[in-house]
Design a protein around this ligand. Structure first.
Ligand code: GLC
Length: 474
């Protein structure tokens, strides 16, 4: 089948979160199983900065109410997949991807531009795959402006994947002037809501784990969209994200000081730990368990309960911590302060660094992700593969990917706690630290189980294929 995968970000060209990773791995895997998938995404400044070689494809003009704006399309090939870039420098040649006052206009433009690309190239997909709020208007624009153009347009089916329900693209009601057509499906609490529009109008909707799919139908996890989601419950699916094993493999990763597998992780992880702290110029105690926290710093990731727990361990000199990430300045400040106060135990790298993060996964004994909510989560999967045992809250995709250690069966790939509560988090950390120090055998056995968990992107792709076929046959 022909799929056009539409995303506000796509690794390695642009990234704020896990969506960018899935936008790269899912099309790649779908291509591997025989489909023709292209990714379409804005031509951000980061793409120019990376000196990406792109080829001109065509251009057009987008009409949005009284505003008309030129668009040009470029393409490149990365790992066998075609990436199409939507270029308009006024809108996208900026240091950040989102968070500007004119985001409503910029992403209205992006949604129209995707359909315009199809129109001018006649490269009709069978399925238009939208992701998150940035492309939530696609099914609506297709219906109001493009389906009637010809039979090929009219045949296109749509799917919306929800990776993040908290960010909805909610804008003042005046935004609708840009659409040239009024409709109630994009209205939510008297504002224009891009994600709700996609939820109401896509042929099918999915989110990135089965457990999270059920959670978002409840008030707490629904972020006020549980009503619209319930109204589409029969068309709502959960497909667990996979992990691209080509990108994350301790056996082959070029980032590691020493590669390893299930038979030599114990000695190799120690070497990775030792060299990492030497290279970073740190004076960490090697005997202490090393804990990693690698994330987008947002409330979602459970940093609030971590903030009320972590310092007690640092005071006791019970662990060392490497944190990598950026986001909410409040959280960045917290890790900066911890580093300043406990330089022998804490290292914080602001921002994201693929190479460093792999070194940290390989060096670490534990990985923290005590999320408030988590659609899927990819980092706990990487951690497991690199033999860093995850400590997670039993929510969303974390529940579907981490098996909390069960003393009776001996089965486990990490440690999980139930309630969003600092005390439960610290009890779980205590439990893990106790095992680290006193039950070497079980500890290594858990690492072995964690390293061999498979989260295949091919399995994920097969499940998406099923959804694509289902909507195409309807
Ligand atoms: C978002 C979610 C995360 C998910 C990722 C990819 O970043 O917060 O849980 O893994 O998207 O789907």
């Amino acid at each position: 089948m022909n799929i056009l995968f539409c995303s506000g970000e796509a690794y390695p060209f642009s990234k704020t979160g896990g969506l960018a990773d899935v936008a790269a791995s899912l099309p790649k895997a779908l291509n591997q199983i025989g489909h023709q998938v292209k990714i379409i995404t804005p031509y951000y400044q980061s793409i120019t900065n990376q000196n990406t070689e792109t080829k001109y494809v065509g251009s057009s003009v987008i009409q949005m109410g009284d505003i008309s704006q030129p668009v040009a399309f470029y393409q490149t090939n990365y790992q066998g997949v075609t990436y199409l870039f939507v270029k308009n420098d006024d809108f996208f040649y900026r240091p950040q991807l989102y968070g500007y006052d004119d985001d409503a206009l910029r992403y209205t433009f992006f949604n129209f531009a995707i359909l315009e690309y199809i129109k001018i190239t006649k490269d009709y997909p069978d399925v238009l795959h939208a992701n998150d709020w940035q492309t939530g208007l696609l099914p609506f624009f297709l219906d109001i402006r493009y389906r009637r153009l010809n039979a090929q347009f009219n045949r296109i089916r749509t799917i919306l994947s929800i990776h993040n329900l908290e960010k909805q693209g909610s804008f003042p009601i005046e935004t609708e002037k840009l659409f040239g057509h009024k409709n109630f499906t994009y209205i939510h609490m008297n504002r224009v809501n891009f994600l709700k529009c996609g939820i109401m109008r896509a042929n099918i909707i999915n989110t990135v784990s089965e457990n999270y799919k059920n959670e978002i139908l409840t008030r707490f996890f629904g972020f006020s969209l549980d009503g619209p989601l319930k109204s589409r419950q029969n068309d709502l699916y959960g497909i667990l994200n996979g992990l691209d094993h080509d990108l994350y493999d301790p056996k082959t990763s070029k980032s590691l000081y020493e590669n390893y597998g299930t038979d030599d992780f114990e000695s190799s992880k120690k070497i990775n730990k030792k060299l990492l702290i030497t290279k970073l110029g740190l004076v960490f105690d090697l005997e202490k368990p090393m804990v990693a926290f690698i994330n987008r710093f947002s409330r979602q990731k459970g940093i609030d309960i971590l903030m009320s727990t972590l310092e007690s361990y640092l005071k006791k000199d019970a662990l060392t911590l490497i944190a990598i990430g950026s986001g909410d300045p409040l959280y960045e400040l917290f890790f900066m302060e911890m580093q300043k106060k406990y330089p022998k135990q804490v290292y914080y790298h602001q921002g994201f660094d693929y190479d460093l993060s792999q070194k940290v996964y390989a060096a670490s004994d534990l990985f923290l992700l005590p999320s408030l909510f988590e659609p899927c989560g990819l980092n706990q999967m990487i951690a497991m593969r690199y033999g860093a045992l995850p400590i997670v809250r039993n929510t969303g995709g974390l529940k579907d990917t981490v098996r909390s250690y069960n003393q009776n069966s001996g089965i486990g790939t990490g440690f999980a706690f139930e309630n969003y509560d600092a005390k439960e988090l610290s009890e779980t950390i205590d439990y893990a630290l106790d095992m680290y120090h006193h039950d070497h055998e079980t500890w290594n056995d858990l690492i072995l189980q964690a390293m061999t968990v498979k989260h295949s992107i091919v399995k994920m792709a097969r499940q998406y294929e099923e959804l694509y076929l289902m909507i195409s046959n309807n």
